[in-house]
Design a protein around this ligand. Structure first.
Ligand SMILES: Cc1cc2nc3c(=O)[nH]c(=O)nc-3n(C[C@H](O)[C@H](O)[C@H](O)COP(=O)(O)OP(=O)(O)OC[C@H]3O[C@@H](n4cnc5c(N)ncnc54)[C@H](O)[C@@H]3O)c2cc1C
Length: 436
């Protein structure tokens, strides 16, 4: 039998696909990342807000994100390589999770305690004095702008906030993917761009390779689907429809870009704010501006997309108004621009908004999918977990019967990959939103 073209082919060279490539190449596997786009991180990664926070709803979610932070703080040493474009960096501006009655903090604080994650528990006075740019009053639950109560005068203060100083955002998500590409290449891994996978091949009961859009084939013993919002399409090509209890689906999301209020240097004094009370999250952005996205409140309609190759990339007036005016309620001095600015892209949403890092029913075919708008931060640790999983399963481990537990490289935490199984029950602890 002839030697396959690669030990492992990774479909996708976004931040997670590139991290999977790097982790496997570092372990000596002959890797090949294929991507339909012309460069690493040009897919949904390129429009990511790249926020690094730990405020998840489940033990495994918090553990992964805390472990994931350390890859960013150790980025140059972790990569063991240079990049002619420079290295991406983590801006540790901190995260403020605003409290509200019945809010997300009630799940998060006990998980932080259980995992020993450093945080401060602010009361209403501390919130008012430490973050004076924010209106510290309770306005929820989130509303649409045409709701007659949208501008109602608040009468109660927010109860406070949970503050984590270690969190922040990565300056340039596309550059981070390129850094991982260069690091992978330094270990002998390869990348092919502008190359679309059109079919998944099988032989002898397992995956055997891929057919590409130019009609050629690539043979491999292992294939990993890291195709972001195209994940369900690739699984269908592999004949896996109906074989997984958790599905994935593309969801359209808008992120808007506004200038800081004239008197506030939000780029340098601001932080990432998770505001379930108005239904938005926001963070500082270079050029003294602010990025604002939606926390998927119940009053907003979810914009599911049937075909990830065909969706509207223009900002809609209704969502611009909803997000920017919610932000203006929280930052009263914000000027609301007439011209909408921002980006539109797709989340790859799993049924319970928790990713799937797993093998599949097709031997040799793996998935790192369903990243649900919240896994940029976990690229490094997801790559590590996938590489450990491939090594274990290809070495004969029965992951379905005995889910692998991976040791966090930096924190030593046990990361239970059973939580990210394709066949888990829907996790009722999830926020069923971008908060995971
Ligand atoms: C608007 C937005 C904001 C976000 N904000 C945050 C945040 O603040 N913090 C956070 O942690 N996460 C965030 N996320 C989520 C995060 O960005 C993603 O989870 C992450 O970037 C996914 O990386 P990936 O490599 O899996 O996928 P992608 O970057 O989507 O890469 C998949 C690649 O697969 C390729 N591909 C698809 N089909 C084929 C095919 N047939 N053949 C060849 N190649 C193919 C595509 O071209 C693409 O480049 C956000 C996402 C979006 C969209």
């Amino acid at each position: 039998m002839s030697e396959p073209d690669a030990d492992v082919v990774i479909i996708g060279a976004g931040v997670i696909g590139a991290a999977v490539g790097y982790e496997l190449a570092s372990r000596g596997w002959r890797t090949l990342n294929l991507d339909a786009l012309p460069a690493a991180g040009y897919g949904s990664t390129s429009n990511s807000c790249a926020i690094v926070r730990f405020t998840y709803s489940t033990y495994s979610g918090v553990a992964m994100s805390w472990e994931g932070l350390h890859y960013w703080t150790d980025w140059p040493a972790y990569l063991q390589a240079t990049d002619e474009r420079g290295l991406a960096s983590l801006v540790q501006c901190g995260t403020l999770l605003l409290k509200q009655p019945g809010g997300h903090h009630l799940k998060v604080a006990p998980l932080f305690d259980a995992l020993g994650i450093p945080y401060e528990d602010w009361d209403a006075d501390q919130l008012r004095t430490r973050m004076p740019a924010l209106d510290p009053r309770l306005m929820g639950p989130p509303k649409r702008v045409d709701d007659e109560d949208f501008w109602a005068e608040p009468s109660q203060p927010l109860p406070g906030a949970i503050w984590t100083a270690d969190s922040g955002y990565v300056s340039d998500p596309q550059l981070a993917s390129h850094n991982l590409q260069r690091a992978t290449e330094a270990k002998g891994g390869r990348f092919r761009f502008s190359t679309k996978v059109v079919a998944v091949e099988r032989a002898g009961g397992r995956v055997s390779g891929l057919t590409l859009d130019d009609g050629s084939t690539v043979s491999a013993r292992v294939v990993i689907n890291v195709a972001g919002p195209h994940s369900a399409k690739i699984n269908a090509m592999a004949g896996l429809d109906g074989t997984m209890k958790i599905g994935t689906r593309p969801l359209r999301h808008e992120v808007h870009h506004v200038a800081s209020p004239a008197a506030v240097d939000y780029e340098h004094v601001g932080c990432h704010v998770s505001d379930g009370d108005t239904g938005v999250y926001f963070r500082p952005e270079v050029g003294n501006s602010i990025l604002v996205g939606s926390e998927d409140p119940a009053c907003d309609t979810r914009d599911w997309v049937d075909d990830p190759d065909d969706f509207d990339r223009t900002i809609t007036a209704a969502q611009w108004e909803a997000q920017v005016l919610r932000l203006a309620r929280r930052i009263p001095d914000l000027g609301v621009p007439n011209e909408p600015r921002g980006v539109v892209d797709l989340y790859d949403v799993a049924d319970d908004w928790i990713p799937i890092y797993d093998r599949t029913d097709l031997d040799g075919f793996y998935v790192a999918i369903g990243t649900s708008g919240n896994q940029f931060k976990n690229a490094g640790v997801a790559g590590h977990c996938m590489a450990e999983l491939v090594a274990a399963v290809e070495g004969g481990h029965d992951h379905d019967a005995d889910p692998l537990v991976v040791k966090g490289r930096y924190t030593g935490l046990d990361l239970d990959l059973g939580s990210f199984s394709r066949n888990r029950a829907i996790n009722p602890d999830s926020s069923f939103s971008v908060n995971g």
